[in-house]
Design a protein around this ligand. Structure first.
Ligand code: KG4
Length: 336
């Protein structure tokens, strides 16, 4: 089954063709980061307009790189939520139009489920159940992945997402947008003990997290250092910050893994590229005996291959449940 997948929920327009869920025939991404860098963050209206400019050409490119014609497609899949609503609607409307014109089923895919599915693309042997740490610019959650389509959020951030925290601190340091990767690189050679930064606990909810305190403490530390005319040891600050984020995430996902007892842990989303978090997870899983699944870097950030992969499993589940999947049926979901 060949699925053409579209992703436009934030600042990347993406199109991909995925066969039977696990084989990526093409994976095209057009990033708008350069444009948003000028403003230090994503400007929703600009994002929507850039998606409009890119989506048609990118879908054509994905199809031709896959070596397929339109008549060889079996379905379309599209991210329907969450995301910037104007940006999401560009992809949804393109996919609805294409599904109508080609008379193909249209599969709505939740963006975070797509991020989780990125692990299936990297690890052909991975099958649910497993516990997944989902960490991106908009989401920070620990998810019980019981099957390809049955999932439960076991814990999540009460305020900022981990990626958002990276981005805001990096912006104040003036090291670029999005800030996670530059902060990661900056931490090279730094002393992760040099600066004391908080790790929050949500009383009574062991698997929930909070990053607003870490963000505020980091910004205060940067400003106080500047006001005193002192120099911030940037690598050590970035290393201390990365450690605080990792130590807020890793023990919780390991606790969730212990509670569920599946023996499998995965990580997903843009922040899953972070080297400190990856290393800490590797160490924790070596200690607990859980098998760890890390997505390839090209599938950590936003892409459409992960949407095509999850779309396949949503399609199979939808068929089993007798759901009608067509361009009209997704309307309430897309706008809801
Ligand atoms: O998954 P993603 O591309 O978009 C969302 O769905 O949100 O994630 C983007 C986030 C940004 O906050 C970015 O700073 C962060 O992922 N990120 C990182 C790293 N690479 C990207 N955060 C920490 N370390 C990294 N190496």
């Amino acid at each position: 089954m060949n699925i053409l997948a579209i992703e436009s929920s934030c600042d990347e327009t993406a199109a991909a063709v995925v066969r039977d869920g696990r084989t990526v025939l093409s994976n095209c991404v057009s990033s708008q980061i350069e444009m948003h860098t000028i403003y230090g963050g994503v400007v929703p209206e600009i994002a929507s307009r850039k998606h409009v400019e890119a989506v048609t050409g990118l879908a054509d490119q994905a199809l031709s790189q896959a070596g397929l014609t339109q008549s060889q497609l079996d379905a379309l899949a599209v991210t329907y939520a969450p995301g910037l609503i104007g940006a999401v609607l560009v992809g949804v409307n393109f996919a609805k139009g294409a599904a109508l014109a080609l008379d193909l089923p249209l599969i709505p895919v939740h963006h975070v489920r797509g991020h989780i599915a990125a692990n299936y693309l990297t690890h052909p042997d991975l099958e649910p159940p497993f516990v997944c740490l989902c960490v991106s610019g908009g989401t920070t959650a620990i998810v019980d992945v019981r099957s390809y389509t049955e999932m439960e959020v076991l814990g999540s951030t009460r305020d900022d997402a981990a990626g958002e925290c990276f981005d805001k601190v990096a912006r104040v340091l003036g090291i670029g947008y999005p800030g996670g990767a530059p902060m990661d690189r900056l931490s090279d050679g730094g002393n992760d003990n040099r600066y004391e930064l908080p790790r929050a606990h949500v009383a009574g909810h062991d698997l929930d997290m909070s990053f607003s305190g870490l963000k505020t403490a980091s910004l205060n530390l940067i400003h106080n250092t500047q006001q005193k005319g002192e120099a911030l040891d940037l690598p050590s600050f970035a290393a201390s910050f990365g450690r605080a984020v990792s130590e807020s995430l890793v023990p919780r996902v390991m606790e969730a893994a212990r509670q569920k007892g599946y023996g499998q842990v995965a990580v997903a989303g843009g922040v899953a590229a972070n080297r400190r978090i990856r290393a800490d997870l590797q160490m924790a899983c070596a200690h607990s005996g859980d098998r760890l699944y890390l997505p390839e870097l090209k599938y950590c950030g936003d892409n459409a291959a992960m949407i095509g992969c999850q779309g396949y499993y949503e399609y199979l589940a939808g068929r089993r449940a007798g759901l009608e999947l067509n361009a009209y049926a997704t309307r309430s979901i897309a706008l809801g």
